[in-house]
Ligand binder design. Structure first.
Ligand SMILES: [Zn+2]
Length: 398
C-alpha cells in the first residue's frame, strides 16, 4: 500500500507526527521542540501547518490518537498475470505526493542537520568529513558521552543507512535513534554514537540503487569512499575504537518482517545470533514482527563500509533490514523511528554484556597487531600516510 500526502515533501514539518496524551492533548514527536512548543492543541486533529484543515482528518489514525501527514492511498492492487500495479485514489486537492513509503529525502536531511547545528545539544556534533562527487557535504552526527572517563574509554558504534540509496525506511530508523538520544539524559550516555542517515547523498538525490561494494581500490574510487575510509582509518590510527557498525537496509511489502537480519558475519556468528535474539524479542515486545535471529545469509561483506570495518579493524558488523510496509504489520512514521530506538537500546545493552567484553579484548589485541603491521608496511613501501594511495587506504586499511 503506497502512501500519500497533500503536504510539501520538501518541508521538515511534513515528517512531524503527533500523539494524544492521557489528557487528550496533542504532543509533537519532534525532538527539537521543547516544553510548550510540543503542544498542538486538544482538537480532533493536532494544530499543524502542512495539511489544510479541511482534509486533516483524513490523516488521523483509526483510534484518533495518532496523526501524521502521510496516509495510505485509497486502494492498491496487483493485477496478477499482467504485471500491473493499480492505485485508485480520490484526490481532494490539486497537488499530492505519492510514495511507496514515507520518504526520507536529502532535503529533509539538510533541514535536520540545520536543526542539529542550531539546537547545540550537549555532546552532539555535526562533523563535516568530506564532499561527495557532486559537491554535497558528507556529515556524521556524533554523540559523545559527557562524562570525562566515559569520553575516553567508551565503545564507539557507527550506524548508517542508505548504502542502498533508495531504501528510505532505513534512514527513519537512524532518525529514531537520534530522536531517542536527544530526548534521553545526556549525562547517562556511555557509548559514542556516529550516525549517518544517508551514506550516499548523490545516489539518494538521483534515486539510484547500486550494489554498494564501494570499498575497494579499483578506479574510479568515489570521493565519498575516500572521505569515509580516511575518517575511520584516522580514528583508529589515533588509538580510538570502532567497536560496532550497524548497516541498515529496507525491504518491501512481503519480502520480510518489520525487522530481519540479511547477513551474519560468520566469524562472529554466535555473538550475532545472541544479539539478534535479544533485539528481535525486544522488537516483538514493542509489537513489531521480526524474522529469524540466525538471519538469511552468512559471510563477510568486505567491500561494504560495515564489512570493511570488520576486515580492517575487527569491528562487529551487524546488518538489519527494516520494513514499514509489511502488510501484516504496517508501521507509522513514529513506529519506524521507534524501531531504530529499539535497535539502539539493545546495542547499548550489548555493550554492557560479557559477550562484548570478550570481543573487546580480542579487538584490542588485534588492533595492536595491526599497529605494528602498519609501521612495517610504511617502512617496506617507502612512504607514509601523508602520501597514502588508494591501495594503502582501502586495501590495507592504513
Ligand atoms: Zn539494501
Amino acid at each position: 500500500m503506497p502512501m500519500m500526502t497533500y503536504a510539501d515533501p520538501t518541508q521538515y514539518e511534513t515528517y512531524e507526527w503527533f500523539t494524544k496524551d492521557k489528557d487528550g492533548r496533542w504532543v509533537s514527536g519532534d525532538p527539537f521542540k521543547q516544553g510548550e512548543a510540543k503542544c498542538a492543541g486538544a482538537g480532533k486533529v493536532p494544530d499543524q501547518t502542512v495539511i489544510p484543515k479541511e482534509v486533516a482528518e483524513q490523516f488521523l489514525s483509526q483510534d484518533g490518537t495518532y496523526w501524521q501527514a502521510w496516509r495510505e492511498v485509497d486502494k492498491a492492487e496487483a493485477v496478477t498475470g499482467i504485471n500491473v500495479f493499480r492505485i485508485t485514489q480520490q484526490f481532494t486537492l490539486p497537488t499530492a505526493t505519492i510514495a511507496m513509503r514515507v520518504p526520507f529525502n536529502y532535503t529533509y536531511l539538510q533541514l535536520l542537520h540545520e536543526k542539529i547545528r542550531n539546537a547545540k545539544f550537549p555532546g552532539v556534533t555535526l562533523e563535516l568529513i568530506g564532499t561527495s562527487g557532486e559537491g554535497r557535504p558528507l556529515n556524521i552526527i556524533r554523540l559523545d558521552p559527557l562524562d570525562k572517563e566515559w569520553f575516553e574509554t567508551c565503545p564507539t558504534v557507527i550506524v548508517y543507512a542508505r548504502e542502498h540509496a533508495t531504501e528510505h525506511d532505513s534512514s527513519w530508523a537512524v532518525m529514531g535513534m537520534l530522536r531517542r538520544f536527544l530526548l534521553a539524559d545526556p549525562t547517562q550516555r556511555k557509548v559514542r554514537w556516529l550516525l549517518v542517515p544517508i551514506l550516499m547523498p548523490d545516489k539518494a538525490i538521483s534515486s539510484s540503487f547500486e550494489l554498494g561494494d564501494y570499498f575497494r581500490a579499483v578506479k574510479p574510487v568515489m570521493p565519498e569512499i575516500i572521505s569515509y575510509a580516511t575518517y575511520f582509518v584516522n580514528l583508529i590510527n589515533k588509538g580510538k575504537r570502532l567497536d560496532i557498525v550497524i548497516n541498515i537496509h529496507n525491504i518491501e511489502c512481503n519480502e520480510g518482517a518489520n525487522i530481519e537480519c540479511p547477513m551474519v558475519n560468520r566469524i562472529y556468528k554466535e555473538v550475532v545470533y545472541n544479539q539478534n535474539d535479544m533485539l528481535f524479542k525486544e522488537a516483538n515486545n514493542y509489537g513489531y514482527s521480526a524474522g529469524s535471529p540466525s538471519g538469511w545469509d552468512h559471510g563477510i561483506m568486505g567491500l561494504r563500509l560495515s564489512g570493511w570495518c570488520f576486515v580492517k579493524f575487527r569491528t562487529l558488523d551487524l546488518y538489519y533490514e527494516v520494513n514499514s510496509r509489511y502488510p501484516r504489520c504496517k508501521m507509522t512514521l513514529s513506529q519506524s523511528q521507534q524501531l531504530g530506538a529499539v535497535i539502539a537500546l539493545s546495542t547499548n545493552t550489548f555493550t554492557t554484556s560479557a559477550h562484548y567484553r570478550v570481543l573487546r579484548d580480542e579487538m584490542t589485541k588485534w588492533l595492536s597487531q595491526r599497529q605494528s603491521h602498519r609501521e612495517e608496511w610504511w617502512k617496506q613501501i617507502g612512504h607514509s600516510e601523508n602520501q597514502r594511495t588508494e591501495f594503502d587506504l582501502l586495501t590495507m586499511g592504513y
